[in-house]
Design a protein around this ligand. Structure first.
Ligand code: GLN
Length: 452
């Protein structure tokens, strides 16, 4: 009730939620109370949370931030949603996002942009901007998100919360509306590494309905969060600082906060070593070929026949497809579908898609080498703090370039975390990114936990 009232008071300003599910939440809360009374509670029983509107929720509107799905009520729950329901968590609603998770600012949402709680004139980041804004404004303690090219880590950085994207294959993609399937991965937002650990532990696990789900023993990430045993709890930890991340590109205010955070890590006992990711700069061109290619294929299912928006008037079947898609998709989604169709077309496939796949391999190889010289890699999550609404204007490429530090991690399939590390001008938060080897989620969370 307390959180719901807070959402209703603050959401008109923040636009963090697309759907507020008061009724469903109150029913789930009393079921959780009963479970607690029976002594059957788990760590998340009765804990309020919100789901990014990319996750299908049975009986509750699932829009993916699009006009195309503005009336879509899913007949089933995403795997993540049912895991969290079974854990007793109480979903308060669905959070705002860039349409089909395409964007870095939430300005591509059909439902209008979510706002940054630190300054509502600024964006909360994207695409999971609603979840990040909701946690930052304490409308919910934890929230789910997805990260295809930084969409958990970058909004976490922009809103001063912690966000983690695990190793590809850790969180089931079943019922998570697909953007770029080889990159999409569910993730967790919380006010601290500890909260993220509790949420992520409940979200992971093998699911036969996702062909890339990894069959590994369940991990409780909270177990790795030991209390500091000395004033040097990170003694022995080698932090790799990629030379390329610290060359040009970072704004002065981000650099100052990142440098101070690295000093703090040294004070906690960690040592630093310079590493190199020579192909990291190629991540943006590779990603903006691969992601649209996969998106153009995934979004072909929105044809106005089975679900989603259908034009009111049309001639033949082809005209119905064309009009429904023309009306249902926003400008950025159309741009990606066009780019994706182009790079996959005969004659261009080798020149673009195949080249991008080769770059992907080189980028993964860079990380393999760098992570053989250190335990975790650290650097900024984003080159700047949250920009003002509208500041990117009509230049999509300018926004793509802002993903420079995050998307290489998705191309390699590695886990990445962003934790708050101070503020830039105008009290806008700065995020520190930690990148680990495959399945090093626990290490990333434990490292951030000592910092916090
Ligand atoms: N900003 C990136 C994009 O627009 C990443 C989005 C994401 O991770 N979902 O594709």
């Amino acid at each position: 009730g307390l959180f719901l009232d807070r959402i209703e008071a603050r959401n008109p300003t923040l636009n963090a939620f697309i759907t507020i599910d008061r009724e469903g939440a109150l029913a789930a809360a009393s079921a959780a109370d009963a479970r607690i009374a029976r002594g059957e509670a788990g760590p998340l029983t009765g804990i309020p949370l919100a789901h990014k509107d990319v996750f299908c929720t049975e009986g509750v509107l699932t829009t993916c931030g699009s006009k195309m799905l503005s009336n879509f009520v899913s007949p089933y729950d995403a795997h993540v949603v049912s895991l969290l329901k079974n854990a007793g968590a109480v979903s308060l609603g669905k959070t705002n996002m860039d349409e089909f998770a395409m964007g870095s600012s939430n300005e591509n949402s059909h439902f209008g942009p979510a706002r940054n709680p630190w300054n509502p004139g600024h964006v909360p980041g994207g695409s999971s901007g609603g979840s990040a804004a909701a946690v930052a404004a304490r409308l919910v303690p934890i929230a789910t998100g997805t990260d295809t090219g930084g969409s958990v880590r970058q909004p976490a950085a922009f809103t001063g919360v912690t966000g983690i994207k695990p190793t590809y294959g850790t969180v089931s993609r079943y019922g998570m509306i697909a953007y770029a399937s080889s990159l999409d991965q569910g993730g967790a937002f919380g006010a601290s590494a500890e909260d993220c650990a509790l949420l992520l532990s409940a979200m992971t696990g093998f699911d036969a309905r996702d062909s890339t789900s990894l069959d590994r023993p369940a991990e409780n990430y909270a177990d790795a969060l030991v209390p500091a045993s000395s004033d040097k709890p990170l003694a022995g930890l080698r932090i790799g600082l990629p030379r390329e991340f610290f060359a040009d590109g970072m704004s002065d205010e981000v650099r100052a906060a990142i440098d101070a955070a690295i000093e703090q890590y040294r004070a906690l006992g960690a040592t630093t070593v310079e590493v190199s990711l020579p192909n990291a700069k190629l991540a943006i061109p590779a990603y903006y070929v691969i992601a649209p290619a996969e998106a153009s294929s995934n979004l072909s299912r929105f044809d106005g026949v089975r679900f989603g928006h259908r034009a009111a008037e049309y001639g033949d079947l082809n005209d119905m497809y064309c009009k429904s898609r023309a009306e249902g998709f926003g400008a950025e989604v159309k741009r990606r579908i066009l780019v994706g169709t182009y790079v996959l077309s005969h004659g261009y496939y080798d020149a673009y898609y195949l080249q991008a796949q080769k770059l992907r391999r080189l980028i993964a190889e860079d990380f393999r080498k760098a992570l053989s010289e250190c335990d975790v890699i650290a650097g900024p999550t984003s080159p700047t703090t949250a920009w003002a609404l509208g500041a990117m204007g009509d230049d999509p490429v300018q926004m793509y370039l802002a993903d420079i530090y995050t998307i290489a991690v998705n191309l390699a399939g590695l886990p990445g975390l962003s934790h708050p590390c101070g503020f830039g001008a105008g009290s806008l938060p700065v995020g520190m990114q930690l990148i680990g080897n495959y399945f090093a989620e626990g290490k990333l969370l434990a490292t951030a936990h000592q910092y916090q």
